[in-house]
Design a protein around this ligand. Structure first.
Ligand SMILES: Cc1cc2nc3c(=O)[nH]c(=O)nc-3n(C[C@H](O)[C@H](O)[C@H](O)COP(=O)(O)OP(=O)(O)OC[C@H]3O[C@@H](n4cnc5c(N)ncnc54)[C@H](O)[C@@H]3O)c2cc1C
Length: 381
């Protein structure tokens, strides 16, 4: 079972037995375990048990019309790899505001970056680069959106967005527009390094004065006199992974009326004196490398256009499907961690001579939010 770092960081003296089939706490016989009296049930506690709401129902035996054996095998593979290589130290890395760079390389070497892309995966590219077999022998052609759901859910299993986001946000949001809309030469120039984890990217839409309202973007890309380059000017803010990115998938105004005035450009960031990059200090997501980027007469070859000029809004809106689904999975998992951590706490915290969980109002609250989390998960599924 995958346990969240937040749950496990709470010094567990009381984790109760949860029967996934029955869905409530069940009496256990082992007299060595601690007992809690609640609602006329004697609850024995065990550290090996699954805390209610702490995990999605499907890996714990509840029936589902969605998951086939290959999804269950994939869940076990993701759980094992992510627990060991991310969850175990996630809290510490979030405090330090940095996930060590070798962890990104580890994910790349184990082919654990590719599952952050939308399904179906690009089989041809994966085969060409020797990335066609994912963990537990899953073939790239078998990878569907449920595999993506499982992977993304496990990536946020630690209850923190920052550490997971530090590894995958760039590839999850920055690479799909290149794969879907990029020309052959663009793919050949950039995709091998990005998929192999030799280079990093990110998505660059938001500006200091423009967030949700993408139509308000002001940064411009004007063609040079010889029409061989775009000259980019303007600022971008709140860019996740920007601090480590080699290339950025960027929304720019190339002229003409909205929405056809918007285009997407792939801009190399490194070793360019016309680009200023600085890390932003933010609340939460501390390890995710949120960045401010300023372009000052930055010259970009016209071959770096993603799709065709004026097609930017279509690329961005298409990409939003995957972005928003990823966000929905992440926030649902975080809500799950919050609820199960609260439940773990009220089991062991005593006030007025009994555990908080014995107070009906506490149980009612947790049951209510637990039901909300499970219904949110059902919608996400
Ligand atoms: C940690 C973090 C990481 C980010 N990473 C990236 C990244 O990698 N790349 C990137 O491009 N951007 C990124 N962003 C920016 C993010 O996409 C924007 O913050 C988001 O689009 C919202 O924009 P805004 O903050 O300007 O808020 P605004 O758009 O100004 O919204 C302000 C308020 O108005 C409300 N509102 C907005 N529009 C409407 C409407 N039509 N109807 C009703 N209410 C509305 C909003 O809900 C909000 O409460 C990141 C932001 C954060 C905080």
């Amino acid at each position: 079972m995958c346990k969240s770092s937040l749950n496990s960081s709470v010094d567990s003296l009381a984790v109760m037995k949860y029967d996934p089939g029955l869905g409530f706490l069940r009496k256990q016989q082992d007299p060595s375990k601690q007992n809690i009296q609640a609602n006329n049930l004697t609850l024995s506690v065990t550290l090996a048990a699954v805390l209610p709401f702490s995990e999605p129902p499907y890996p714990n035996g509840l029936p589902s019309p969605y998951y086939a054996p290959l999804h269950h095998r994939w869940q076990k593979a993701c759980c094992a790899f992510i627990s060991e290589n991310l969850t175990a130290n996630a809290l510490e890395w979030e405090r330090e505001e940095l996930v060590p760079p070798e962890i990104f390389s580890k994910f790349a070497a184990a082919n654990f970056l590719l599952p952050s892309l939308p399904a179906p995966l690009l089989i041809e590219w994966a085969k060409q680069l020797g990335l066609d077999i994912l963990a537990r022998g899953l073939k790239v052609e078998e990878f569907d959106y449920l595999h993506f759901l499982i992977y993304s859910d496990e990536m946020t299993g630690n209850g923190l967005s920052g550490p997971g986001a530090s590894l995958t946000t760039g590839i999850t949001f920055g690479v799909p527009p290149i794969l879907k809309f990029g020309s052959k030469q663009l793919l050949e120039r950039f995709i091998p390094d990005l998929l192999m984890g030799r280079a990093r990217s990110c998505i660059v839409i938001t500006e200091p004065g423009t967030g949700s309202d993408v139509a308000g973007i002001e940064r411009t890309a004007v063609k040079s006199a010889d029409e061989k380059e775009y000259i980019v000017n303007g600022s971008k803010k709140w860019i996740t992974n920007g601090i480590w990115a080699d290339f950025v998938t960027t929304a720019v105004l190339t002229g003409g009326p909205w929405p056809s005035g918007l285009s997407l450009l792939l801009i190399p960031l490194k070793n360019n004196l016309s680009i200023i990059i600085r890390k932003l200090v933010i609340m939460g997501l501390a390890a995710s490398g949120t960045t401010y980027i300023e372009f000052d007469d930055t010259h970009v070859p016209v071959e770096n256009l993603i799709g065709i000029e004026g097609m930017g809004i279509r690329c961005i809106m298409t990409n939003f499907n995957h972005e928003l689904l990823t966000t929905a999975i992440g926030v649902t998992r975080q809500a799950r961690v919050a609820v199960s951590t609260a439940l773990e706490y009220v089991l062991k915290r005593e006030a007025f001579g009994k555990a908080l969980v014995e107070q009906p109002v506490v149980r009612h609250r947790l049951a209510k939010v637990g039901a909300m989390v499970e219904s949110m998960w059902a919608w996400v599924e």
